[in-house]
Design a protein. Sequence first.
Lengths: 195, 350
Amino acid sequence: MHTSSKLTKEFTKKWVKGLQICCSSKKDMDVLERKKKIKLCADIALASAKNATTSWSIALISEAKKNDENEILVDNLLGPESRFKQQKIIRQMNSCHKRVRSKKILKKSCSISQRMKKMGPPKSNLAAYIAKRLVKKRTQVLQRLVPGGESMDEFSLIKEALDYILSLRVQVDVMRNLANATEVLNQSNSSNVFD
Amino acid sequence: MNPQLPNTLQQQCFYNPNDHMFANHSALVKPDPGMDEYWAGLHAGAFSDDQLGYGYMNPNPVAQPVETDQALFVQGNSSSVSASVSPKKRKGQSLQVVSDKEKKIKGCSEGDSRITHDQNSNSKEASNNTSSKDKSKVSEVQKPDYIHVRARRGQATDSHSLAERVRREKISERMKYLQDLVPGCNKITGKAGMLDEIINYVQSLQKQVEFLSMKLATVNPELDFNIDNVFAKEIFQCSTSEFPALGCSSTNSAYFQLNSMDQGGISYCGLDMGINAAEMGLRRSISAPISIPDQTFMDSSCYNQMQPSGVWDGDIQNLYRMEFELETLIPFQSHQFTGSNEGINMKTET
């Protein structure tokens, strides 16, 4: 898809850069550590390729930054000029979190008081009630999956999930291609050695 | 009968254009142009499906609101996605009942005409409902803090239910996009089922990422093969854009050419001046028989054929220490590869 080719390139570039930084810092790593580093680089590259246009990417980066040892990596990947932008955005996001949280509390208290008033016929609308419960549960699960999803209302959650799915697809494609290529290269190298 | 009915029937509430809402909440979430193209493209197709006919005469021509909607699509950067409202309730009411409602609605309209929506402010949607005879008509209003909604015929008109309806419509519209995105979702119509599919898909994608990173970790002993491959990729892209006369472009698909044209901003094409003639000859001979599939711009066969040469992207400075190591490999490998090109081609394309 044409719209994702840009994202693909950005992501690849940043991911490679991050991997180089990673492997230049430590020489000996076991498999699990390497895997973690690779995944971390990929995630941060994906999020920064979005250039702070979506809140899931901001959430991902802020989470990564919380870990001190990742901070250097993150800063290098993002670039110095976007650092200030990121900080500003993170601050705004925090304030947005508070706003959303307080709204949620208000809503809950209102709805509870309303529910107490109209105890009406809950059984007549049982199907609708069950459906609502199901939807609620699933939105909760989705909130947990999408980074930064806890502080979003339902509508923006779906929007973010949409964007997140697209980016994940890009990530998977790039990684798969790289893995295949490396495998093939290894095979050919080993066959060359034996020739 | 009464030509004025449709006008008076409608309550005085309007959708607000998203741009103003955006401005309110600052640069928190900026419209993503890539996504918008996709959505706008999707939506332009979906839009026409929602024109339903009613038996009720409307003096306003149907074509007119459609044009305004589509005009919004044409705007370059505006992230306007219209809410295609599919009427959920169609009530075949007689005109007598309509006249009663008209009076009621008129009475309500003054009181409940404004709705404030702070939580919808992050939405990307513009101000439109689709047009049909008794569907709500939309126009844009400049006031920033309000979302204005038109009530539909036969529906409650207090502010809460209107807000609810707005919200629901937005959500269902998003769900439609997600249906296109998530494979296998065409049959499912309920919200809960859709959410279930979305959750499964996101989980599977995340697991794939985990698995692939594990695979990469095991396949690469030191993460340095990444560099070779990546440079193979870059050089390949570079070479196709730099040496189009080599016959590479004839085998390129249109997609790939589009790709290489997109590279304007990316400085992959900074070829080092240290290219020697042998490397250039090698690259030419290798790049000729390459055929690129339409799907991706990276093909595993490409990597096989491209050799890491001494060409480095000017951006990636800390690789120069690897250059020494690779340059010792190059003469050895290039010698091997020119002979076994076809063999490798066959192997990888099976």
